[in-house]
Design a protein around this ligand. Structure first.
Ligand code: HEM
Length: 219
């Protein structure tokens, strides 16, 4: 199939820039809303602009974490090896959105009042979870370069397995702060469960295949 055999040039010069621009759309909408632009098309920030902005960026952060986790199963199901080249970009977008979510909290919601922030992190469990997942996400973003991958060797993979933990903590963080309607965090939880479950299934299938081919070779 032609899609499986796209050249590196087509991916690097054609598809990657398009995906990059698409990933910037939610951020551009957030910025337009801050400045009250195109309100009749994209809506505004409403009566509680800080909360609305924080929620919007948090939602996109979580969506990008899940989209980044979708790359591997898609790659295996569709047998398109080059999809793996988008994992880093998607992960870095997840980090950008979560960091913006955190910066809105830090600067606009808490006005950089460090004492209240520390109290919040220690006393409100959903904020503690958010901080843990942001810390893990930061470690992955900082070590995402090729140079770091080479330097860290096997530890690199260990750090980047943290994506699963970040997804679980992100959903948990969302679930915990919802007051009544849990429908949305429940949908994110189901998607996370399916994504992580698919990895377990692929691992089992891979192991069986290896065992079968070892048997063939021996017999
Ligand atoms: C991977 C890390 C994180 C993810 C994926 C994430 C995601 C989310 C999501 C999806 C929501 C709910 C949005 C909604 O109600 O529509 C939310 C709410 C919230 N998050 Fe995070 N978050 C993360 C880290 C953090 C951190 C580090 C902080 C602050 C220290 C934080 C503070 C908050 C607060 C205060 C709310 C509630 C906003 C409100 O009052 O509605 N989050 N987050």
């Amino acid at each position: 199939m032609a899609l499986r055999q796209l050249s590196i040039v087509t991916i690097r010069r054609g598809i990657k820039p398009i995906v990059f621009v698409i990933c910037l759309i939610p951020l551009s909408i957030a910025i337009a809303r801050i400045f009250g632009l195109f309100e009749s098309y994209i809506g505004g920030l409403g009566a509680n602009p800080v909360e609305s902005l924080m929620d919007y960026l948090g939602q996109w952060g979580l969506r990008f974490i899940l989209i980044a986790l979708l790359v591997s199963p898609l790659q295996k199901l569709m047998r398109i090896a080059w999809l793996g080249q988008f994992r880093r970009m998607l992960g870095l977008f997840a980090f950008t959105y979560v960091l913006s979510h955190f910066l809105v909290y830090l600067l606009l919601d808490q006005g950089l009042a460090l004492q209240y922030i520390i109290e919040d992190v220690l006393e409100r469990p959903f904020i503690t979870l958010g901080m843990i997942s942001l810390t893990l996400l930061t470690a992955m973003a900082v070590t995402s370069t090729n140079g770091m991958r080479r330097r860290l060797k096997a530890n690199w993979q260990r750090i980047h397995y943290g994506t699963y933990v970040v997804a679980i903590l992100g959903v948990w963080h969302y679930w915990w702060q919802v007051k009544s309607d849990i429908a949305e965090p429940a949908i994110y939880a189901l998607i996370t469960f399916l994504l992580l479950g698919s990895r377990v299934v692929f691992k089992i299938l891979q192991k069986r295949k290896r065992q079968a081919s070892a048997k063939d070779q021996n017999g």
